[in-house]
Design a protein around this ligand. Structure first.
Ligand SMILES: [Zn+2]
Length: 141
């Protein structure tokens, strides 16, 4: 079984490059890149990407917890509240992740923070009546 990275290895007040974060957490650089793709916030779009320690901790904590949180059909997982929350206005963005999965992304109606949820595309018809979809962020080919 893979060892879980320990968020306590990260100092909240400092920033990390992807390499430094991987080193501190004893995971591969590819793993940290995958976290960024999965929603770990980075501080700027320019290289080198910097990750705030506090954000990294929050992200890892959320991942530990999210497996145990049962989401209601109209909820996403809020990284800040660390709980299932409805997105503000039930507005969600759909970001395709793989050919079979997508990430719903919205803003928590309680704290305004980022909340998201992975869905399989086979579920999308079931959640379509619940949410207001905002495809603005998705470029059409
Ligand atoms: Zn929240």
């Amino acid at each position: 079984m893979a060892k879980r990275p320990n968020p306590r290895a990260i100092r909240a007040a400092r920033t990390y490059t992807i390499d430094e974060a991987a080193l501190a957490l004893e995971v591969s650089v590819g793993t940290v890149r995958a976290w960024v793709k999965a929603g770990l916030p980075i501080m700027s779009k320019a290289r080198p990407f910097l990750i705030l320690g506090d954000a990294l901790r929050g992200f890892l904590d959320a991942r530990r917890t999210s497996g145990r949180v049962e989401l209601l059909p109209d909820q996403l997982y809020c990284l800040r509240c660390k709980a299932g929350r409805r997105p503000e206005g039930l507005l969600v963005d759909v970001l395709p992740q793989t050919p079979k999965t997508a990430r719903l992304f919205g803003f928590c109606e309680v704290c305004g923070g980022n909340c998201n949820r992975m869905i399989s595309l086979s579920q999308i018809d079931r959640i379509r009546p619940i949410f207001v979809f905002d495809f603005n962020g998705t470029k059409q080919a």
